[in-house]
Write a protein that binds this ligand. Structure first.
Ligand code: CTP
Ligand code: CA
Length: 219
């Protein structure tokens, strides 16, 4: 529930944000994870709320405080995240910042014990939450994805935008120390081409993106 009356350019809008990693269990005590801190996604959720949006933040396992005015749903696995996203619709816009695990494991019901040989992990591809949402009958008017890349950042981002059916892809250069760091270098791929943003704090990336979203939904 909103703690203060919504005012600002996104008042009356519902925006869905995913953030953080997902954890895919191997057995009851072990899991596969990634280095996402969730900070960029949480900053975006907070910046959207600050512009008056009602924000649903679907968060993987992270050690972060919930931004002011944001409704948070905590999840663990990619499948949990997909279910939470579907359950939060309809939305005017979605910003999928989460570093969703690409694969899950058929989890063992009991702790796997050491034996003669190491166990093999059989990986299964997870559902693509962004692509599913982009092709859903209840697709938000504006669907924004993130792309973490270490090489050919712009080309990969532009290809991902088309492949996944997103309106925008925010391409994130993760060849440096972006995971867990304070700053980010991003490129915004839209149907009109690619904009290069200078390196700036994650909070500033969030504010600029939130303002762009407000501009897009306002028109
Ligand atoms: N994404 C998603 N569900 C997945 C995988 C990714 O919703 N199962 C979303 C991410 O939240 C992000 C975008 O898709 O917004 C791009 O994620 P990324 O990992 O860069 O792309 P992939 O398609 O998984 O390709 P790859 O990891 O091979 O580069
Ligand atoms: Ca991926």
């Amino acid at each position: 529930a909103a703690l203060f009356p919504a005012a600002g350019p996104l008042a009356g809008r519902h925006i869905l944000v995913t953030a953080g990693p997902t954890h895919e269990p191997i057995d009851p005590v072990r899991y596969i994870a990634n280095r996402s801190s969730g900070r960029q996604g949480f900053a975006i959720a907070g910046a959207l709320a600050a512009l008056g949006a009602r924000v649903t933040l679907v968060a993987g396992p992270v050690a972060l405080a919930t931004p002011a005015g944001v409704e948070r749903i905590d999840v663990v696995t990619a499948q949990d995240m997909a279910d939470a996203v579907a359950g939060a619709l309809p939305a005017d816009a979605a910003v999928m910042v989460a570093a969703v695990a690409d694969w899950r494991v058929a989890a063992a019901p009991h702790k796997v014990k050491k034996g003669a040989a190491p166990p093999a992990l059989a990986l299964t591809e997870n559902v693509d939450i962004l692509a599913t949402l982009a092709h859903d009958a209840r697709r938000p008017r504006l669907v924004v994805g993130f792309a973490a890349e270490t090489e050919d950042v712009v080309a990969h981002a532009a290809a991902k935008r088309v492949r996944k059916g997103a309106d925008w892809i925010v391409a994130n250069d993760v060849s440096g120390d972006v995971f867990g760091g304070d700053a980010n270098t991003v490129h915004l791929a839209t149907a009109n081409g690619v904009e290069h943003w200078e390196r700036m704090p994650k909070d500033e990336v969030a504010r600029r993106l939130a303002q762009r979203i407000a501009d897009a939904l306002g028109s």
